[in-house]
Design a protein around this ligand. Structure first.
Ligand SMILES: CC(=O)SCCNC(=O)CCNC(=O)[C@H](O)C(C)(C)COP(=O)(O)OP(=O)(O)OC[C@H]1O[C@@H](n2cnc3c(N)ncnc32)[C@H](O)[C@@H]1OP(=O)(O)O
Ligand SMILES: O=C([O-])CC(=O)C(=O)O
Length: 371
């Protein structure tokens, strides 16, 4: 039996959701280039595309928008729980528990995508509850007249975003929506393949996304930019980091061996949202880390990934640093649920093997005779 650590280069399903060309740095959702979607589309339209496999008509889009708007409120119990732990707990742990509570509360028999819409609609409300409670700010009720991205920013900042901010948020969310068989999507599928429920799958996805090798890298990447005073300090900083056995966060990818196209798009938005602001210093440091990082690691196929510039974008839009992985989850929930839906069309229990390397036939020694 062949050992494939990390399931590298193993396909576990066929999909028509996402295609990645890791050598050329290309990404497509349902056949549409990520560049076109980022330029012309929005969160709701791409969610529809990922869940239903086609771009919506006006009517279908309007229905999805109103469905999402109707489902944004969370129960009194969830809101009390989140407010109680917001100042002390890790935001991903809070989100994981809140989604688990949603599962307890939702006893309805209904389609998987209907449940997915409910979860997707509520996650921004939970995230804003966390941030505003921590800052001792009053909770902002969701506004059904706003788009998903606009409402998200409104509930965080307490004011309606301008066009630049809402477009930036829409793009950031679209870019995070799906990425084929990444670790968190795989975690969702393992749960789903036992015929468990969609809330349990999403809880598994959030748990896997939390780690710094996956969705947790966006906060870590921004922390790096904050640790360096100016671009002329970058080379020393990067060399020191790498020579002491640390990884450059927001660099490297299992599939991309060139720059992640999402990082290219986010870089432009990061430049725009920081221009002329105090955060411009962070952008300049980030750009220099990108340059030096590629100089050192590029020959090994290690380049910036989606998490490199996303944190700087989220920070500039008003989010606290440790909330970034929850924003990632708020978009990735669309991909997680679409992959579960697709997998269940032809379900097969996920149960790989391990190669046993221990002893066999050992003699059992009673406890009072053991040394
Ligand atoms: C949304 C996302 O999940 S995108 C990824 C977000 N994660 C990060 O940015 C964290 C930093 N990056 C990494 O840790 C890795 O690149 C991963 C985990 C993302 C992918 O790595 P894998 O394909 O599993 O490769 P693996 O971890 O085995 O690394 C291969 C080699 O490249 C090196 N390497 C990989 N990434 C980096 C990095 N960011 N900085 C320095 N060295 C790196 C490893 O040290 C290893 O070197 P070695 O062969 O000398 O031991
Ligand atoms: O594909 C991966 O392994 C990680 C990633 O970039 C993502 O989940 O967006």
């Amino acid at each position: 039996m062949e050992l494939r650590k990390g399931l590298e280069d193993i396909a576990i399903k066929e999909t028509s959701i996402t295609y990645i060309d890791g050598d050329l740095g290309r990404l497509y959702y349902r056949g549409y280039s990520i560049y076109d979607l980022a330029s012309f589309s929005n969160f709701e339209e791409v969610s529809y595309l990922i869940w239903y496999g086609k771009l919506p008509t006006q009517r279908e889009l309007a229905d999805l928008k109103s469905h999402l708007a109707e489902e944004r409120n969370v129960s009194e119990e969830i809101s009390t729980f989140v407010s109680k732990v917001a100042k002390t707990a890790n935001p991903m742990d809070i989100l994981r528990t809140a989604v688990s509570m949603m599962g307890l509360e939702d006893r309805r028999e209904e389609g998987l995508v209907t449940k997915a819409i409910k979860i997707t609609a509520k996650i921004p409300t939970i995230i804003s509850l966390i941030q505003r409670t921590r800052r001792d700010q009053k909770f902002i009720e969701p506004d059904p007249s706003l788009s998903h991205a606009e409402n998200f920013l409104y509930m965080i900042n307490g004011e309606k975003p301008d066009l630049n901010f809402s477009k930036t948020m829409d793009v950031a969310l679209m870019l995070h929506m799906d990425h084929e068989m990444n670790a968190s999507t795989m975690a969702c599928l393992v749960v789903a393949s036992t015929l468990s429920d969609i809330y349990s799958s999403v809880v598994a996805g959030i748990s896997a996304l939390k780690g710094p090798l996956h969705g947790g890298a966006n906060s870590e990447a921004l922390k790096q930019f904050m640790e360096v005073e100016s671009p002329d300090q970058v080379e020393k900083y990067v060399l020191n980091k790498l020579s002491t056995g640390h990884r450059l966060m927001g660099f490297g990818h299992r599939i991309y061996k060139t720059m992640d196209p999402r990082a290219k798009i986010l870089k432009d938005y990061a430049r725009e949202v920081t221009e002329g602001k105090p955060t411009e210093r962070l952008y300049k440091v980030a750009e220099k880390i990108e340059e030096i990082g590629i100089k050192i690691l590029g020959k090994r196929g290690i380049y910036p990934n989606v998490d490199f510039y996303s944190g700087l974008v989220f920070f500039s839009l008003g989010f606290d640093t440790d909330l970034f992985p929850t924003i990632f989850a708020s978009a990735r929930v669309v991909g997680w649920t679409a992959h579960v839906d697709e997998y269940l069309l032809d379900n097969k229990l996920i149960r790989p093997k391990a190669i046993y390397v221990g002893d066999l036939g050992k003699k059992y020694i009673p406890i009072d005779e053991r040394q």
